[in-house]
Design a protein around this ligand. Structure first.
Ligand code: PLP
Length: 861
């Protein structure tokens, strides 16, 4: 039997009292002919094992049209996913209705990337349905873990920025905030990385190959997105002049929704991703043209949301990227405004109901787009429209690398978005006038602040546009925000003190501890007498002062279990060729391959270790710390230096792993195709993780948090969130080395050429000699070091890095010392939960409050 929804939501649906506008749902509910339908909708599905088995069988047969003769391996996963989605949809509908009813202010998180990874296990744990599903699958003779492994990662992002967006959604849902995520539904995620003879080879990641059971296509939610065309001037009935953009071409944006369940709450949010489609009847003149031209145009329209980061090495590639950004911004704003208009409020109240966060500059074209809508379509005066716009947007900066600050050429932008170009010029003009009046500054300062860079051709600086168009700008770790204030955006900080703030990133302890490390999680739950810590990680700090022997044992046990799991994975991957020694120290560096992250320094250090081992006698060798060095990460397809690093790591692995003198003491592995699910496997199995970026270059880093939360120690520089992590966990528990950010600035300013350390010299010579294959492969890496052209300070920090690694070895030799450090680290991580970050965004930027559905009347089995 079904259970009736008796929540306030259900009661509200049928209530006849109350003033104010009725929701369409309520109106519909009153229509007598639908009464019976609502009665049925008001019943929840059952969650006992039997009912879940029934649901899965139904989806297996009716949704997937499978039978016992055509059982694809994926289909059990899909049946499980669809049946879970059904249950999430119930809560999701309740949530949306509740928010609507509460008329809550909502936060909209706009991000060009969402690196979600897999959903099944996480959603089961959030909804509390893990055990009935486990049982249901067991009844079918299957294992939940095996089934969960069949899910394809949703890899709609390239690294930390996209993963942050995913962690934030999890926290928003868990903390009951009224929020939405908005992004792009790429057909192809980040490329799949294969390693062929040591080289990275990219193949497309067609993640939708066997369908995506989590998403709900909303074929009825389609917005028109214009582009190109011209700007017209029309006279309004009152005689005033209005500007009207006549796009030359229109495409459709179709919504695809994914429910985002909160942990231990019914609050279920939406991630709405846009997919492009042709709008044939919107472009009538094209209908008349050659049908083949039209087909080609249709294809081009569909391609807008095909790939994440189209190649930007050509003008058409750059235009496609800008098109994606506008497409995404335009559809999102139409959706937000449609929702806002349902409440019949004047636009002046828009910022009281809507907060929009720009995750980096990619969605920044939303600023002129909102101005265009308010001024051209809603006929608001410019000043009022501008006040609304700047009260609505917040902007998160993610990088201090100058080459990563986005710019668009003015002619290209003006061609694609002629009206927006005018608006950007107008915003800039008014802004610079204001600056000149309020702030006595030199022409140099004015030209730095300008949204337009006076190059040839002129460029639009998207970060400047985002700063001018937002009320708050935040950096993502304390040191990063300080660098923004003191150097990258120093002029702005003087102009508007207080506008640039810090909110340090975080990671969700649900995915990154509770789900990926069940053994360690159970130990924490046992210590704390409950699992409240999963939604309040600050509880960990209470454990810091009385660490028990029992817990130390549990941590070691959890580490062993995780290492064994990784060992099996690697053995399978390499067809048994690599069998990791789980008693060795697992030293890990997994992240995007980039010069500033200095995987090069790590692998040079490994070569040094190899040389040292070779120089020892067998007896001496047997006394060395056994080590396994794990690498993973993708290099951008056109990034020569990064690709050379991958080749070097793989070649060193080949040499070292097959050298009979050293293979028992040193193993090197490069795990291909780094992804969220691979990270979930590696993080709990790691003893030491490397976060060794040149100080002042890594905005925050988030994998440092994942490792430390899982009781791993850090070898790292004083960069990004490392600074705060070691402050919270005790610097003495970690291995901090290297030039500090001011020292790096000094080294660079003085162009000091650093003498090459003898050990580094020996390593470089060995590479030159061809010990690791043709040295021509590594010219990109080695020549700059010989030439003293060492922007990322590898030569300077190398000896300090080796010293830090020696300290690691020393501590590892005394297991008690090591274990204590790991536990102190884990218990210090309370503030690095993304929950903590999200509370700060809610309070300090968005001004939103949690809206928790009253659920006391809802009974589920
Ligand atoms: C956390 C994470 C990142 C970010 O790693 P950093 O070391 O902070 O750069 C990148 N990719 C994946 C898959 C992740 O899970």
């Amino acid at each position: 039997m079904h259970i009736r929804r008796t929540s306030s939501v259900a009661r509200l649906r049928l209530s006849s009292s109350g003033d104010g506008p009725l929701s369409p749902m309520l109106q519909a509910a009153r229509r007598p002919k639908l009464e019976k339908l609502w009665d049925l909708v008001d019943e929840y599905l059952h969650n006992d094992t039997e009912s879940i088995m029934r649901s899965m069988a139904d989806h297996f047969e009716y949704t997937l049209a499978r039978n016992k003769w055509n059982l694809a391996p994926q289909s059990l996963f899909q049946a499980a996913a669809y049946s879970l989605r059904d249950r999430m949809i119930e809560w999701w509908n309740d949530t949306q209705e509740y928010f609507y009813d509460q008329d809550s202010k909502r936060a909209y998180y706009m991000s060009i990337e969402f690196l979600m990874g897999r959903t099944l296990t996480n959603a089961l744990i959030s909804t509390g349905l893990l055990s009935p599903y486990y049982e249901a699958l067991k009844e079918f003779g299957e294992n939940l873990e095996t089934i969960a492994d069949l899910e394809h990662d949703a890899g709609l992002g390239s690294g930390g920025l996209g993963r942050l967006a995913a962690c934030f959604l999890d926290s928003l849902a868990t903390l009951n905030y009224p929020a939405w995520g908005y992004g792009i539904r790429y057909k192809y995620g980040q490329f799949k990385q294969n390693i062929v003879r040591g080289y990275q080879v990219e193949t497309p990641d067609f993640w939708l190959e066997s369908g995506n059971p989590w998403e709900i296509p909303r074929q009825d939610i389609v917005y028109k997105v214009g582009m190109y065309g011209s700007v017209q001037y029309v006279t309004r009935s009152d005689g005033s002049l209005a500007v009207k953009w006549e796009p030359g071409h229109c495409v459709g944006a179709v919504a695809y929704d994914t429910p985002i369940p909160g942990f231990n709450t019914k609050n279920t949010l939406s991630l709405r991703l846009w997919s492009s489609k042709p709008l044939v009847d919107m472009n009538p003149e094209e209908l008349k043209a050659d049908p083949w031209d039209m087909l080609r145009q249709n294809q081009a329209d569909e391609e807008i949301t095909s790939v994440l980061y189209p190649k930007a090495d050509s003008d058409s590639g750059k235009e496609l990227r800008l098109k994606q950004q506008y497409f995404f911004s335009c559809a999102t704003l139409q959706d937000i405004i449609r929702r806002f208009k349902k409440s019949n409020r004047p636009f002046a109240e828009f910022p009281d109901k809507v907060a929009i966060q720009l995750n980096d500059t990619h969605p920044t074209v939303s600023v002129p787009e909102l101005m265009r809508i308010l001024v051209d379509e809603e006929s608001l005066p410019w000043d009022q429209a501008w006040a609304i716009t700047t009260k609505t947007f917040g902007f998160t900066n993610h990088t201090v690398l100058p080459e990563a600050l986005e710019k668009w050429s003015v002619p290209m932008f003006a061609h694609l978005l002629p009206r927006h170009m005018q608006i950007v010029f107008e915003i800039n003009h008014r802004f610079l006038e204001e600056v000149k009046v309020k702030f006595d500054c030199s022409p140099e300062v004015i030209s730095r602040l300008s949204i337009i860079e006076e190059s040839n051709p002129q460029q639009i600086r998207m970060a400047n546009l985002a700063i001018v168009g937002s009320h708050t700008v935040n950096g993502v770790a304390r040191i990063h925000s300080e660098i923004l204030q003191q150097s990258v955006f120093a002029d702005w900080h003087r102009l508007w003190p207080g506008k640039i703030i810090n909110i340090t990133n975080g990671v969700t302890p649900r995915r990154w501890l509770y789900c990926c490390n069940p053994t360690l999680s159970s130990a924490v739950t046992k210590q704390l007498g409950g699992n409240a810590w999963v939604t309040d990680l600050s509880l960990l700090k209470d454990l810091r002062s009385h660490i028990t022997q029992e817990f130390l044992r549990d941590v070691r046990e959890a580490n062993k279990v995780a290492k064994e799991r990784l060992r099996k994975y690697v053995s399978k991957l390499t067809n048994g060729a690599v069998d990791l020694d789980t008693s060795s120290l697992f030293d890990t560096q997994v992240k995007r391959i980039h010069e500033y992250k200095r995987q090069l320094m790590n692998i040079l250090g490994v070569i040094h270790r190899y040389q040292c081992l070779k120089a020892l006698t067998p007896t001496e060798r047997s006394q060395q710390v056994k080590r396994t060095h794990i690498f993973a990460g993708k290099a951008a397809a056109s990034y020569q230096q990064a690709k050379a690093v991958i080749k070097l790591i793989n070649t060193v692995a080949d040499v070292v792993n097959s050298d009979p003198q050293t293979k028992d003491f040193l193993t090197v592995v490069f795990l291909p195709n780094y992804s969220v699910s691979l990270a979930e496997l590696i993080v709990p199995a790691t003893d030491l993780s490397e976060h060794i970026s040149t100080a002042g270059t890594e905005a925050s880093g988030t994998s440092n948090m994942k490792f430390a939360m899982n009781a791993g120690l850090i070898i790292g520089t004083l960069d990004g969130a490392n600074v705060e992590i070691v402050e919270a966990c005790g610097q003495e528990n970690h291995f901090i080395f290297g030039a500090t950010a001011p020292e790096v600035d000094k080294l660079r300013a003085e162009r000091q050429s650093v003498a090459i350390d003898q050990r580094l010299y020996n390593v470089l010579i060995s590479i030159e000699r061809g010990d690791f294959g043709a040295s021509s492969n590594y010219r990109w890496l080695i020549d700059p070091l010989w030439q003293g052209n060492d922007y990322y300070c590898v030569a300077h920090d190398f000896p300090l890095y080796l010293e830090a690694q020696q300290c690691v070895d020393a501590d590892w030799r005394t297991p008690d010392v090591w274990a204590h450090k790991t536990v102190l680290t884990m218990f210090g991580m309370g503030t690095f939960s993304s929950d903590h970050s999200i509370h700060q965004y809610a309070r300090n930027i968005w001004n939103i409050k949690p809206a928790r559905m009253p659920t006391e009347h809802i009974t589920t089995v």
